[in-house]
Design a protein around this ligand. Sequence first.
Ligand code: AMP
Ligand code: MN
Ligand code: ZN
Length: 676
Amino acid sequence: MQSHAKQVVALINQLPKKDELKFLEKQPGNKKFISETNKAFISAINGLRSLVGDIQANSTTIPFKQIEETLDQFLENAAIQYDKMNKLSLVPKQPQTQKTNQLKPKDIYGFADAIQLNKLPFIPVLKYKQYAQTELDQKIVEAQNNPFQFFEKYEIDEFAHPYYEEIMRLTPQDFVLDVPQKINRYRDLEPPIMITNADHLGELVLKIQQEVDQNGFSEIAVDLEHNHQISYLGITCLIQLSTRSQDYIIDPFPLWKQLGDMLSVIFANPKIVKVFHGAENDVQWLQRDFGLYIVNLFDTFHASKELQLMQNSFQFLLSEYCKKSTDKTYQTADWTQRPLPDEMIKYAQIDTHYLLYIYDRMRQDLKKLSKPNENISNIPNYYIESVLKRSKETGLKVYKKPLQDQDQSLQTILNKQDRRMEAKSFELMVQLLELREELGIKHDQNPRYFLPNPLLFKIVESKPTTIQELKIQLGGDKNIHDVVKENLWQFLKVLLEFDEKIPTVDIIQEEQQNPAQIQIEEVQPILQVEPLKIVQVSVGIKKFQNKNKNIVKNYLKNENVELIKSQFYCESPFKLLNVFYEGLGSQIFQSMKEQSQQQKQLVEETQQQKIEKINTSDFIKLPKLDETNRDQQKDLDIRLNNTLQNQHGTRILKRHQKIEQQRTQKTNISNRFELS
Ligand code: AMP
Ligand code: MN
Ligand code: ZN
């Protein structure tokens, strides 16, 4: 009883909600699984229900003693559970921080179709190449036109860098190598020009282009702000661009699909040096979101390496060369928000405002740097060229989607942490990682953010078997991210199925394929856990007979209701009644089983023959329970028992389904899951 009550209580609180069930049903294979188990258990549950109902109808034979004992026992179990439960129930309900339903930039600005939110490898998004020395690979075009067909046809998981030749062939440009004797100091900060539409962006591109026409070259500083939390792949939120005379802040959201074409005029132009600090990520984000590639990149991070500065961060350069400090608190702020607070815009502007000045100063220092050996002493711009070479390598980085192979992914994590895992745990972890990844794609959320790896390791170690336990492992209700909260059931399913605590979908599918060959013995081992399912399913059934509701109400004194309510933290009185009712029903069932122990043994001996003879329709209409009629009671027990043990006996199931169908032709199955 104790363990059953535990299950009952835990399950009540964790029952999949209506839409969760609907979601489960939508998964291939699951629909059959749910509706079949469902139907099979309804008869068993109705049996239990009519038991209690019949007691009431025949009030002189109410086994008060038994019910009282049941109540006591049930409450006792409640107390045992209390410690565990109140950890959760005492936590005040947090206001919902709705992150999953929050509108994303891609929805607001209508570029969702430009995000490659699928399991295919990343396809470069550029449609044509500016300043091309080689043509755009036709494979890329083919993949863009028909992604799914393409990857069926070719075994490719990465495309070559579209600007590989242009970047490799570029020789160091004089306007980069030659540093003016006198460097102009940086300008004071003035409000930047905000670019939020194509006209303004066009003007900017033209302006820089004109400078190239006049001087033969141009120089710009570029930086990006990014968000990797509210999306699966991550999203570029801001492009800061500074010329020698002006700072620009480009909002990429309203320009998303045009940005690549427009900015590639600048970014692919070898006559315009693009100065970044630490461009490794930026290079990949630009590829992923806009199909932008950088020809002629100068990365001040590499310059700081060549100069062997004490630190290589942007802040360090800023304080060294400009005697300015910057507060990096905004670095990880939510850059998707609009309008952006002035403070954040200013912060973003600073990232490029001083960068061309720093670029000048660093080139100067690189030129002055003494050369340690003969081999390089006669190469005049050895260090600047070194920086350009390193920058080329950065510019040649190819964006790849997050690792899809969770086996490999897990191995990488373990290697990094110098950690080992036994084979079985490894396999379970991979399954959980796969589920997490799928949910990440489905909800367009970062898996590593909504369910960090350490939590997954914790789950694998503790192997929770109920939603409550799972919640505790995840740090309690208020700490669980919405994406996980909405899918707790799925995670639990993986855990339970892994330990074969509930039948897997595979087995049921197998049964359907070839019902004749399935022997009952083969199915039996997994049937032992089915009471779990009975409760899950039965509580979801709307048709809660009033007479049953009343009888339970009668036995529940007010203070008991409050006690149970506080201990079980039931959300609705209806659920509470169910908790109690299921406990009660199972208790009666249990004691009846004990009473007819002898009879049961007899049944077990002859079970094999009887299975064929059971008429499942009888389970719906169970006979009235009469204490004086021992035979009837035994008979009832035998049949309930058989129902439980043979729900998967295909023939019985099929026959039962047919009867059920005829009986409730107009009953919509989904109605059964509506809680009142
Ligand atoms: P930055 O180049 O410093 O402007 O950073 C660009 C983007 O990288 C930021 O918008 C953040 O999304 C991300 N980022 C930078 N530094 C961190 C950090 N320490 N932790 C997490 N994200 C960071
Ligand atoms: Mn940056
Ligand atoms: Zn930045």
